[in-house]
Every structure is written in structure tokens, then in C-alpha cells.
Design a protein around this ligand. Structure first.
Ligand code: GLC
Length: 592
């Protein structure tokens, strides 16, 4: 992969995901029933026969579709690329395919190649075109991917087992050679340069088939990036789980796909819109971790974006017009932990600037510990003429925030350093304003003797590698997984600069898309001669596919400045069959 391709992607930071297909017609409603899952899964949810589902094409006539309008909305929102669903799990091609008549030109009254129009609009307005292609699942085809009844997506089957229940009659290679390869060849040949090929849900595809897909992309479009949801460890950049914030900053290029409400494909009654300030918070939270935000819009059956989505995107765009210099082209937080007060990115270009994005809890001043560079100037990032007074003693920088504008979606300030290089930061764990987050990725892993049972679990629906090894390890998002060996432990050395009281909590999440977060595990946390036993718990949040949990441990009193070691050990494994829990961090929040 050329460094140019990686560079545009990493600099872009913000892209638009567009889920559009036949599912936009029913919009989450089917025969008087209303679905409680993401809209593009309607066919699987109601087990709609492929022939009946295909009739939706006759009603698909999005006369208000205007490719240029879509691209201009994306561009004004500060998005630098789009990823458009050219074939989702329903199997319907949203472009003119010669491979199957089940496509928007041949099967609908609309008869227009929307992908061609989008490609032209992208080219005209300097937005990169990416496409989504569901390479494994295809509910329209008898041979579409089907991992069988042992693997379920909540209460649904992944493959079409309602029309085609006989798995022994299915031949995935027939579908792969007959539809996937030729359709991808069309897509990679007929629509100009593609920035990204976005694969999804590798639930039954083989390693060899994934290798072929990757090679096909590179042969036809060497500059086109591939996401890791292609499966089996292939891909140029990592796709995180839906709506996922990574636990840690990691090497390489990353992206997190997110929803604006609770669905990808249009749903008539999903009005649970995230406010613009939450989306901006997620964008800078991801930028802090060198991760792009691919934010979804699900256009309706008339071809328009939901009005509310457009309105929110306009607000996000207005904020980025003012503060985007701290987002686009930036690199992640140089400190090895998250801050309780907000997020940080770094901008460079003949100068070096820390961009600090503040949450509501920040008062009149902010203290930053551990910065070794000399500070030249602090100012309001959105009003660059407004200086903020600061003082710096040793590695402790104190900034007065009285002049900072707080009326935008998210206040942000700039700290300009007396260097053009990367900032120099004390990499030890030092509690900052508010506390310190002991991320799993920063802990020292110690592997003990005793080995638990091992087993190969393969690839998850979002491309996660769900290996069950003998010992714990870090996953792609920087969380600690495979944590079922009681002799393993993880430890952090922490430097306390002053006395204080801290609340101690565990932050965990479920490891695989739609897999249960198994309650029942317990851990023991120790610090010096203090010890806490904690039962971990989880609950489903946000997009619904990855359960998350925050489990309280207790209070820690630090009497004097000094150093100490936190150590965590698993004491009760819960159900070893589950093993799906991932530890993100132990959070120490300063309470006094
Ligand atoms: C999940 C869903 C799929 C959606 C994707 C977006 O994989 O199954 O429908 O397109 O997330 O990231």
C-alpha cells in the first residue's frame, strides 16, 4: 500500500457511510410489525422469502435522489470520503450490474445507476469514493454465506435458511465465483478510482477466498484501501466494531463506523438522533486515538436524507469550519492515557500544536502534567485571536480558561509548543486533573503457569479475531481479551504527585458483535496492601452490538505523593464457554 493512500485516509478523519438499498422501502415496518433491530436486516428478521422481498424493487423509485446534493452535504459536514453500500446482505446491487438483473437499473422503475452519479459528484467536488460490498452474506442467492445454526446474530440466522434450509446443497464457491468476483470486478473497473473497499460480515468465507478478494482489489486498483472486515486478518486498515471507541491508540490506520440514530438502513420510526455535540465528541474521541469516524446516513425511499440527519450534519459542519484545524490532518493524543477533562490531538506543519477539546466538567482552569516541551502560546482554537494566560512550572502546565468561548458544540483550546517535532511527554502514568485511566494496553502483562483450555473460535461478524488462546492478549482495539487463565495478571505503575481520594472502576465490553457479555466473572485488584474483589457486570449500550459495563470497585485513599503498582487478577472465570469479556481499563477518578 502506498504511503499516499494511507496519508489521505489518515488525514481525512471523517467520512460518510451511506446505507441505501431496498430495505429503505419498508423502513423497518413489515406487515404491521415494527422491527427492533437495524433496518437493513429486515429480510432476515422476518424471514422474508427472497422472491417476495425482490418485489420491493418495483416500489423503489427514489425520484428526489440527487447525488450532488448528497456529496455537498457530506463535504459541508467536513467529511472527506463516502462509503456507499453497492450490495448489502439483501443481495441487491445499487448500480448497473451485468452479473445479476437484481439491480437498481434493471429491476426498479427508477432505472438510474446511482453509483455512477455518486462517482461523478465525488469527482467533481473532491470527495473520495468508497464502496461497501457484502462479500459473504447474500440472502437472495441459494449459495450465499451461511455459517449454520450454531452461529446466530441475536435471534436471527446469518444466512438465508428460510428459502434455502438445506446447507448441504449450498456451495459458497458457486456464489463467490458467479457473483462476488464478477461484481467486484465491475465495481473496480467501471466507477473510476476508489478510495476504499469496505467489506463486512466474514462469517463463513475461507481464508483463501479472502486472499483472492484482497488480490483482486490490489490488481485492479492498487491505491484502493481495504478494511479488515474482509476477514481472516487481511486488509490495510482496521475496522472497529459499530459505534466503538477504541480503548487505546494503536499503530496503523483505523476507522470506527457509527450511526446517527440506532440504525444503518432507513427506519421510518427511528427518531433517536444523537445530538451534534455527541457526534463531535465521538469524532474528537476517535481522532485522539488516530481513528477515523465513518458516520452513517440512511437515505429514505424517496432518495433524500432524513431531514434531521441533514440538519445535524450541518451543525457538525459549522463546528468543524471553526475547529476543524484541530481534527483534519491531526495525529492522536501523545499522552499514554485518556484525560478526564476531554480529548487531545496534535497538529503539525512548521509548528506543533496540542489541540485540547474540553468536556462540560472543566472549570476556570486546567492543569496538564507531564509535558516536557516549552509552551509558546495558549489560545482559543475557535477564536485564534483570544489568548489564554498560562504558567508552567517543571512539567506542570496551568492554563486559565476565563476567555475561552463556551457557546459552541465543544470548546477547544490550542497549546503551541516551542518545537516543530512531536511533543515530548512523560510516558509514566500520572493522575491528571480528575484522575487517571489505566488502560489495558499500558499494563504489564504477566503470564502464569497454569493453562486453561484453548479453542479456535475464528472470525467474528465485524472481522474480530475471536481466538481463544491459553493466555491473555491485547485485541485490535487495545483491550485485554482471552482472559481466562487465573495465573495471568496485568499491572500498572502509577506516580501520584499528591494526596487524594479516588473512585476505582472497571470498564469492560463484550468482545464480539452480537455475542453475550457473560456476567459472572470476578477479579481481584490490589494496590500495596489494599485489595478489592469485584464482580464484573455488563449492559447493552449505544448501537446495541457490543455490551459494555462499568463495575465499581471502591475507594482508594492516597495519603502521600509516591509510586505504587496496581495489579489485577481474574479470580472467578464465570462460564469459560463465554470468555467474551474484554477489559478496557481500570479507571481512577479523583473525588477529593
Ligand atoms: C454490521 C451489520 C451491518 C452493517 C454494519 C455496519 O455488520 O450487520 O448490517 O452494515 O454493521 O458497520
Amino acid at each position: 500500500m502506498s504511503s499516499d493512500a494511507m496519508k489521505w485516509f489518515k488525514d481525512a478523519k471523517f467520512g460518510m457511510f451511506i446505507h441505501w438499498g431496498l430495505y429503505a422501502v419498508p423502513g423497518g415496518l413489515w406487515k404491521g410489525q415494527e422491527m427492533d433491530y437495524i433496518g437493513e436486516w429486515l429480510q432476515a428478521k422476518y424471514r422474508i422469502p427472497a422472491a417476495e422481498y425482490a418485489e420491493l424493487a418495483e416500489q423503489f423509485n427514489p425520484v428526489c435522489f440527487d447525488a450532488e446534493e448528497w456529496i455537498l452535504i457530506a463535504k459541508a459536514a467536513g467529511m472527506r470520503y463516502i462509503v456507499f453500500t453497492t450490495k448489502h446482505h439483501e443481495g441487491f446491487a445499487m448500480y448497473h450490474s451485468k452479473v445479476s438483473p437484481f439491480n437498481i437499473v434493471d429491476a426498479t422503475p427508477f432505472k438510474r445507476d446511482v453509483l455512477a452519479e455518486l462517482a461523478a459528484a465525488c469527482e467533481k467536488h473532491g470527495v473520495k469514493l468508497g464502496i461497501y460490498y457484502s462479500q459473504d452474506l447474500d440472502w437472495h442467492e441459494p449459495d450465499g454465506g451461511d455459517p449454520g445454526p450454531t452461529m446466530r446474530n441475536f435471534d436471527m440466522s446469518w444466512g438465508n435458511d428460510w428459502d434455502f434450509p438445506d446447507r448441504s446443497a449450498k456451495k459458497f464457491s458457486r456464489y463467490f465465483e458467479g457473483k462476488v468476483i464478477p461484481q467486484l470486478t465491475e465495481l473496480l473497473t467501471n466507477y473510476g478510482p476508489l478510495g476504499v473497499l469496505w467489506f463486512d460480515c466474514p462469517v463463513s468465507i475461507s481464508k483463501e477466498e479472502c486472499a483472492r478478494l484482497a488480490a483482486l482489489v490490489k490488481t485492479l486498483q492498487p491505491e484502493c484501501l481495504v478494511n479488515t472486515r474482509i476477514g481472516h486478518g487481511f486488509g490495510d486498515y482496521g475496522s472497529l466494531g459499530d459505534n466503538q471507541l477504541p480503548a487505546a491508540r494503536r499503530e496503523g490506520a483505523w476507522e470506527s463506523p457509527g450511526t446517527m440514530n440506532d440504525t444503518w438502513g432507513f427506519k421510518v420510526n427511528d427518531h433517536n438522533w444523537k445530538p451534534a455535540c455527541e457526534l463531535v465528541g465521538q469524532l474528537v474521541g476517535l481522532a485522539d486515538k488516530d481513528t477515523n469516524y465513518l458516520l452513517n446516513v440512511g437515505p429514505g425511499p424517496d432518495g433524500r436524507f432524513p431531514a434531521k440527519a441533514t440538519e445535524i450534519l450541518q451543525d457538525v459542519g459549522r463546528w468543524l469550519d471553526q475547529y476543524g484545524a484541530g481534527v483534519h490532518g491531526s495525529s492522536g493524543n501523545p499522552f499514554p492515557y485518556d484525560f478526564a477533562w476531554g480529548r487531545m490531538t496534535v497538529s503539525q506543519g512548521g509548528f506543533t500544536r496540542l489541540n485540547l477539546f474540553l468536556n462540560d466538567s472543566v472549570g476556570d482552569s486546567l492543569t496538564l502534567c507531564g509535558l516536557k516541551d516549552r509552551v509558546r502560546r495558549c489560545y482559543d482554537l475557535g477564536h485564534t485571536e483570544r489568548d489564554l494566560p498560562f504558567s508552567s512550572v517543571g512539567q506542570v502546565l496551568r492554563i486559565e480558561l476565563g476567555a475561552l468561548s463556551r457557546d459552541g458544540l465543544l470548546p477547544a483550546l490550542a497549546v503551541e509548543l516551542d518545537t516543530c517535532g512531536l511533543p515530548t511527554v512523560d510516558q509514566r502514568l500520572i493522575p491528571q486533573n480528575g484522575g487517571v485511566r489505566l488502560m489495558a494496553s499500558l499494563g504489564k502483562l504477566q503470564h502464569g503457569e497454569l493453562a486453561a483450555a484453548t479453542g479456535e473460535q475464528g472470525v467474528g461478524a465485524a472481522g474480530e479475531s475471536l481466538r481463544t488462546g491459553t493466555h491473555s492478549r491485547l485485541d485490535d482495539a487495545g483491550a485485554l481479551v482471552d482472559w481466562h487463565n487465573p495465573s495471568d495478571s496485568v499491572a500498572w505503575d502509577v506516580v501520584f504527585l499528591e494526596a487524594g481520594h479516588y473512585q476505582v472502576e472497571f470498564v469492560t465490553h463484550s468482545r464480539g458483535h452480537s455475542r453475550p457479555w457473560s456476567d459472572g466473572q470476578s477479579v481481584r485488584l490490589s494496590f500495596g496492601d489494599v485489595q478489592w474483589d469485584v464482580a464484573l457486570r455488563g449492559h447493552v449500550t449505544g448501537g446495541g452490538c457490543y455490551a459494555q459495563g462499568v463495575s465499581g470497585a471502591g475507594e482508594l485513599v492516597i495519603k502521600d505523593a509516591g509510586e505504587g503498582t496496581f495489579r489485577v487478577r481474574m479470580t472467578d472465570l464465570g462460564d469459560p464457554q463465554n470468555g467474551n469479556m474484554a477489559l478496557e481499563e481500570v479507571r481512577l477518578t479523583k473525588i477529593k
